[in-house]
Design a protein around this ligand. Structure first.
Ligand SMILES: NC(=O)c1ccc[n+]([C@@H]2O[C@H](COP(=O)([O-])OP(=O)(O)OC[C@H]3O[C@@H](n4cnc5c(N)ncnc54)[C@H](OP(=O)(O)O)[C@@H]3O)[C@@H](O)[C@H]2O)c1
Length: 209
């Protein structure tokens, strides 16, 4: 698939590099010629293309969003997604590793409001980027789970294919409103790892059907 990445920092780059290795085409969507993350990404992966944000969206089959959650408010309005899949990797994190929208609703539903002509799917959000850079757990016979949520079945099929290529078992948790619970899973992971001393190379798995 042709994939546009809005945000190519820790998360965007880890996903983009591994999906490029699987044969996908990566377009970095950036309107900032001075961007340090874009410069670093191109240095490591010269096969990445760079286009303006709207041109990258226009060219892509799927768009991945991996910028600071607050930046969604200024970046998304005015963009046209033409019904394409927008994968929301962003997390609203508030003070003390709390939910940034006070757990009243999910960040992904806010992203959907800001990008009304996209099919938003929450994915690649419940772990630190370390597990997007390296999702292999060779000592275990089950795959790491990638929990996703969204309202559009076709969009979720596309995201499932990408998650599979990255070495995850995609688990469809239901409608986009489920993203609130995924965001709390993220906070749990972040508290355990970033504050609690657990190794970042740990994931959840789904046992059973
Ligand atoms: N870090 C994790 O382990 C992790 C895991 C899962 C989800 N997330 C979520 O994923 C998102 C990205 O996290 P990250 O760790 O990849 O961040 P990061 O390494 O700081 O990268 C952020 C990216 O967004 C761009 N950006 C920054 N401010 C922007 C703005 N105002 N408008 C447009 N683009 C902007 C940056 O470009 P420049 O270089 O030009 O500033 C960079 O490409 C966040 O929402 C985070 O909560 C993070």
């Amino acid at each position: 698939m042709k994939l546009a990445f809005i945000g190519i920092g820790n998360v965007g780059f880890a996903i983009a590099r591994n999906l490029e290795k699987k044969g996908h085409e990566v377009i970095v969507a950036s309107d900032n010629p001075a961007s340090e993350s874009v410069r670093k990404a191109l240095e490591s992966c010269p096969g990445f293309k760079v286009q303006s944000v709207q041109a990258a969206i226009d060219a892509a089959d799927v768009v991945l969003l991996a910028i600071p959650f607050k930046a969604n408010e200024t970046t998304l309005p005015g963009l046209h997604f033409h019904g394409k899949t927008l994968v929301d990797c962003t997390n609203p994190v508030g003070p003390g590793i709390s939910h940034g929208l006070n757990s009243e609703r999910s960040g992904s539903e806010r992203v959907q409001e800001l990008a009304p002509d996209a099919h938003v799917v929450k994915a690649f959000s419940i772990y630190g980027f370390e597990n997007f850079a390296d999702s292999a757990f060779p000592a275990y016979s089950v795959l790491p789970a990638m929990l996703i949520a969204g309202n559009d079945a076709t969009a979720k099929q596309q995201v499932t294919a990408l998650a599979t290529d990255l070495g995850f078992e995609a688990v469809d948790t239901g409608a986009l409103s489920q993203a609130l619970h995924l965001e709390h899973m993220t906070l749990l992971w972040v508290k355990m790892v970033r504050a609690g001393g657990h190794s970042p190379h740990f994931v959840w798995a789904k046992l059973g059907k």
